[in-house]
Design a protein around this ligand. Sequence first.
Ligand SMILES: Nc1nc2c(ncn2[C@@H]2O[C@H](COP(=O)(O)OP(=O)(O)O)[C@@H](O)[C@H]2O)c(=O)[nH]1
Ligand SMILES: [Mg+2]
Length: 229
Amino acid sequence: MGWMHTARFLTTAAQLHHLPPIDVPEIAFVGRSNAGKSTCINTLTQQKQLAFASKKPGRTQHINLFSLGKQGVMDAVLADLPGYGYAAVSRSDKVRWQQVMVNYLVSRPGLTGIVLLCDPRLGLTELDEALLEVVRPRVEEGLKFLIVLTKADKLTRAEQAKVLSITRLHAGGGEVKMFSALKKQGVDEVAQLLWQWAHPVKPLAEEPPAAADSSSPAQPSPTSESEPN
Ligand SMILES: Nc1nc2c(ncn2[C@@H]2O[C@H](COP(=O)(O)OP(=O)(O)O)[C@@H](O)[C@H]2O)c(=O)[nH]1
Ligand SMILES: [Mg+2]
C-alpha cells in the first residue's frame, strides 16, 4: 500500500519524556526479539533503511519514530520499540527497558494502536502475555490491537489455521493476522488495517445533515487526494 511506503525516520529517544509530542495517530510495533518485527516493518514500508535506523549503535534500546504521509503532510507515526526477551542482555538493562516500554504503552498520549509481532511456532510467550495485561485497560478503552503471526511460510495451511484460532482466543478483543515477509502473505491486509486505524471514519452524527442531498443534484466529487494509494 502506497501510504506505508511514505515512511521516513523522524526521531529516536531513550526515554519516554524525550519523545516529541505528536498530534497524529501513533502506532507502536512491539514483540520479542527475533519475532520478525524489523522484517515486517521493512516489508510493510518497502524500506530497508528504516529497521537499519533502529539498529544503529546506541539506538538499539531506543524508541524510534517514523512518520507516514506525503511530503509535508504527516498523518500518522509508527513507533518501533526494541524487542524484549533477548537472553544476552544484562538483567538491569532488561528491567530498565521493560520500564521504558511499560511507561510508553500505559501513558503515551496519542497512542492509537499496538501491533504485537509473534512467531507462531512459539505462540504467545510469558512476556507477550505480560504485555497484553499491561495494555488491556487501554484496549478496553478503545486502543486498537493487532497480533501479527510472522513467518507463516514456516507453517502448513492446517498449522496456520490452528494457531490463528488459538491466538484469537487470547487476543483479548484484538485482531490476529497471519504474515509472511518471504511469501508476502498478509502484507496488504495489515497495511489496510493500519490505514483504517489512522483514518477512522467519522461517526454519522458528525456528518452534515443529509437533507441537502435531495434538493441539489449529486455532483461527482473531484478525485480525492487522500486515497491510500
Ligand atoms: N521464513 C521467514 N523468516 C523470517 C520472516 N520474517 C523474519 N524472518 C527471519 O527471522 C529472523 C528474525 O527477524 P527480524 O526481523 O530481525 O526479527 P526482530 O528481532 O523481531 O526484528 C531473521 O533471520 C529473519 O530473516 C518471514 O516472514 N519468513
Ligand atoms: Mg529487529
